[in-house]
Each structure stands twice: as structure tokens, then as C-alpha cells.
Design a protein around this ligand. Structure first.
Ligand code: 5AD
Ligand code: SF4
Length: 452
């Protein structure tokens, strides 16, 4: 555990009606998990919010005159090596918009009325613009926040981090606050590491990033993930390339095309959708609709027909009604997933969704989760079953539990069990699939079937 961040001071000046008083209280609520406690002394505040009102005469001019005073306090703090963030919220913010920042450049951000739940995102962005990380006190939750390498490295497969951070600000997620903005490692560094892994016997590399398909090669002339994959596929020994996790927004045509013609790029894509309801997707700030996601999947399958699709889903997001949940089930039927990860919405204080109305009862979440899991399980089983009778190239990774057995992976990331000699670990071998279970396949070496 790192030392707790020092408390930050928040000063809110509220103008006007009872509605604004209420909003100011909510702002204090959503900011407290980011480490802000109230102060009544603006001169010592780390964050000053003017929650404005338009009704009274000369309201706008009053706000500008107040901002002039606060700007002097900001300058005084800067002279002492401290910072101050100035936010204008409420009706004047609505009416004046960006004009406020033009007239008073000391203002860092402008938030419309009832948009207090956007404050964490706006503040995180303004800190980033100054090159600072918001040292929020989000308790990490392994299953949501940690870029998890769920598969143990075996010597034959390896993970390689190529990108970190997130600029998407999904309203349920802490990652943009805790991990900072999107950042890509230089392609040359990644290539050097991949060469060294290949020299140690690695045949399959999984490129990791919170938003891996936003990879842009940092200093390397904006090379995208497709360019990186093509580059790595040239390395002798690197036979398989995977990547995770992707955002639908960054799934560009060059990457889709690479799935069609780059043999090393495996036909498995983890592309979280979270919900099938456009209303919920909007509230989640996902920047895609159910339809645009389904169209994207169609495009990907047009490039690579046998692409296995995996996803992440959240049930019980605030405001999710039965009809929204039904839309999620419909999307699942339209896409047909090979595998998936499902979550009950969990309130993360400090994220915008935690302050949203319409929080869903736990029993309702449980019931929806069970129905969603049942459908996804059915699809996963059907997908596995569809491989029976096929011959799949399997990269053997390690000995299995039974004598003489090896375990490997199909191109679609399914675990495959087969009786095979130990020297086949590290080789890609054709296996005829004979049986399918929910989580794995079993088969026999196809070579053993054909007489020499
Ligand atoms: N509640 C539920 N699920 C969450 N995830 C992230 N944050 C939350 C939350 N607050 C899920 C999303 C994401 C995955 C890694 O974890 O589905 O894609
Ligand atoms: Fe979180 Fe959304 Fe970023 Fe994924 S894309 S890390 S869910 S904010």
C-alpha cells in the first residue's frame, strides 16, 4: 500500500436557488472519494467551484468579478508552488460555455447544471493536462481494474505490455483516474522485447493494454496496433499474436484488415460491449450504440469469417430496466459469443455512475446475471461443440493432469487436451477435436490418424 494522499481542499460557492444548493452538496459528495474535503477559505483551496445561477440580474457579471478575485488567489498559490483548479458550474456555465474560459483564462473547467457527476472526469482531465496524476483513493478491485494476465506464462506463451492507461472515462470505471491517460510504448522497444522472448522459446505473444487497440506507437510515427502486429509477425519464432483488451471505438479498418490477411493474428477478439441498450450505453459514456457494435462485429467477420468473439458485460447499471436488459440479451443473440466475462454493476465511489439515480436492487442484478450467464454459457458450449470433428492447429504449452497428456490452445483460445509426447511442447500441431466440454476441448493428434 502506498501512503494515503494528503487531503485536498474544496471550496464551493453557491449562487441562487435551492436546486443549486442541492447540486453543490452532490458535487461535494462525488468529490470526496477523490480526496477533497470542504473548506470555507477559497485562498487555501485546491479546487474552487462556483456553482452559478442565471436568474438574478447581472448574475453573469457577478461571476466574472468573483472569478477575478479567485484568479488572484490562484496566482498567489502558484507563487508558493501550489496549484488551484477553478471550475464554473451551474446555469451561467450553461449559458456562457467556453466563453468563460476565454474571458477568464484562469478557469480550468466549465460544467453545465446537473452535470456534477461529470466533475471527476473533468478534474482528472484537467490534472492530466498539467501532467499530474489524480492521486485518488480508489480501493483497487482486482477483477475490474487490474490489467490481468489471466493465463500463467508457460515459457511458450508470453504477455507483452504495449499500452497503458485509458482516455475513455466509462462512467462506472476507475481506471482513467488511477492509471492516467493512454500511453503507448515505442514500437522499437516492443520489438526488441519480442525478439528476446522468441529467442527464449516463446511462440505466442499476447499484447496487453487497457485500450490495446488504441496503440499508436508513441515516438514511432504513429504506428497502430495492426502495424505493430505485422512487425512482430516478421520475427522468426513468433507464430501467434493476440491482444487484449480492445475498445470498439478504436477497432479501425487497418486492424480489421490485418485479421483477414495476417496469419499470425489469431481469430479471437475480446471486445467488451457492456450493454445492449443504447440508453445505458450512453449513460456509461461508451460512445457506441448496440447497432454500431453489431455492425462492427459483422465487418470483422467479413474480414475473418471464423473470428471468435468475447466480451465484457455489466448488468444492473443505474437506470437499467427490464427492457434495457432484454436489449442486452438480444445483442448477445445477434453477436453469438464464444466466451464472455459478466459483472454485476458495483458502485465505485468517485465515478460518475456511483452518483446516478436509479441504482438497481441486488436481487434484480442477481437474477439478470443468472439469465445472461445462462445464455452466454449456452453459446460458449455451442461454439466449443462446433469444433468437434475439425482439425485445429494446437500450440502445446504444458503437460496435462493425466499421464502422457499435453494441454495447448486452439487459435480460438480454447484449452485443448490430447495425448502427445512431451517434446511437442512449444510446437503447433494439428489435432482432431473429438469432444467438447464447457471450458475445453479434447482430441487426438491428427498425424497419428493418418498412416505414414
Ligand atoms: N462494476 C461492474 N463491472 C465493472 N467493470 C469495470 N468497472 C466495473 C464496475 N464498477 C467491468 C467492465 C470492464 C471489466 C474489466 O470490468 O465490464 O470491461
Ligand atoms: Fe474502464 Fe472504459 Fe477505460 Fe475500459 S475503456 S478501462 S471500462 S474507462
Amino acid at each position: 500500500m502506498s501512503a494515503p494522499a494528503p487531503p485536498k481542499r474544496l471550496y464551493i460557492k453557491t449562487y441562487g436557488c435551492q436546486m443549486n444548493v442541492y447540486d453543490s452538496e452532490r458535487m461535494a459528495d462525488v468529490l470526496s472519494p477523490l480526496g477533497y474535503g470542504m473548506t470555507d477559505d477559497p485562498a487555501n483551496a485546491d479546487l474552487v467551484v462556483l456553482n452559478t445561477c442565471h436568474i438574478r440580474e447581472k448574475a453573469t457579471e457577478k461571476v466574472y468579478s468573483e472569478l477575478g478575485k479567485i484568479r488572484e488567489m490562484k496566482d498567489a498559490r502558484r507563487a508558493e508552488g501550489q496549484t488551484m483548479t477553478i471550475a464554473v458550474a451551474g446555469c451561467v456555465a450553461q449559458a456562457e460555455g467556453e466563453e468563460i474560459m476565454r474571458r477568464q483564462p484562469a478557469v480550468d473547467l466549465v460544467v453545465g447544471p446537473q452535470a456534477y457527476h461529470q466533475l471527476p472526469e473533468l478534474i482528472a482531465r484537467s490534472h492530466r493536462a498539467r501532467g499530474e496524476r489524480l492521486s485518488a483513493e480508489f480501493a483497487p478491485e482486482e477483477k475490474f481494474d487490474v490489467l490481468s494476465a489471466t493465463r500463467r506464462p508457460t515459457g511458450v506463451t508470453a504477455f507483452l505490455t504495449v499500452q497503458e492507461g485509458c482516455d475513455k472515462f466509462c462512467t462506472f470505471c476507475v481506471v482513467p483516474y488511477t492509471r492516467g491517460g493512454e500511453w503507448s510504448r515505442p514500437a522499437a522497444d516492443i520489438e526488441a522485447e519480442a525478439r528476446s522472448l522468441a529467442a527464449q522459446g516463446v511462440r505466442e505473444i499476447t499484447l496487453l493494454g487497457q485500450n490495446v487497440n488504441a496503440y499508436n506507437g508513441a515516438n514511432d510515427a504513429g504506428e497502430g496496433l495492426a502495424g505493430l502486429a505485422r512487425r512482430l509477425a516478421e520475427i522468426p519464432g513468433v507464430d501467434r499474436i493476440r491482444y487484449t483488451t480492445s475498445h470498439p471505438r478504436d477497432m479501425d479498418d487497418t486492424l480489421i484488415a490485418a485479421h483477414g490477411d495476417l496469419d499470425a493474428l489469431m481469430p479471437y477478439l475480446h471486445l467488451p460491449v457492456q450493454s445492449g441498450s443504447d440508453k445505458i450505453l450512453k449513460a456509461m459514456n461508451r460512445a457506441h450504440t448496440a447497432e454500431s457494435y453489431v455492425r462492427l462485429i459483422e465487418k470483422i467477420r467479413a474480414s475473418r469469417a471464423d473470428m471468435a468473439i468475447s466480451g465484457d458485460f455489466i448488468v444492473g447499471f443505474p437506470g437499467e430496466r427490464d427492457s434495457d436488459f432484454e436489449a442486452t440479451l438480444q445483442l448477445v443473440r445477434d453477436v453469438n459469443y464464444a466466451s464472455a466475462f459478466t459483472f454485476k454493476y458495483s458502485r465505485r465511489p468517485g465515478t460518475p455512475a456511483a452518483a446516478m439515480p436509479g441504482q438497481v436492487a441486488e436481487e434484480v442484478k442477481d437474477e439478470r446475471l443468472a439469465r445472461l450467464n445462462a445464455l452466454l454459457d449456452e453459446q460458449a458450449r455451442a461454439f466449443n461443440q462446433s469444433q468437434v470433428g475439425r482439425i485445429l492447429p494446437v500450440l502445446f504449452e504444458r503437460p496435462g493432469r493425466h499421464e502422457g497428456q499435453l494441454i495447448g490452445r486452439s487459435p480460438y483460445l480454447q484449452a485443448v487436451h490430447a495425448i502427445a509426447p512431451p517434446h511437442m511442447i512449444g510446437q503447433i500441431v494439428p489435432v482432431r477435436i473429438e469432444a467438447a466440454a464447457r471450458m475445453s476441448l479434447s482430441g487426438v493428434l491428427a498425424e497419428a490418424l493418418t498412416p505414414a
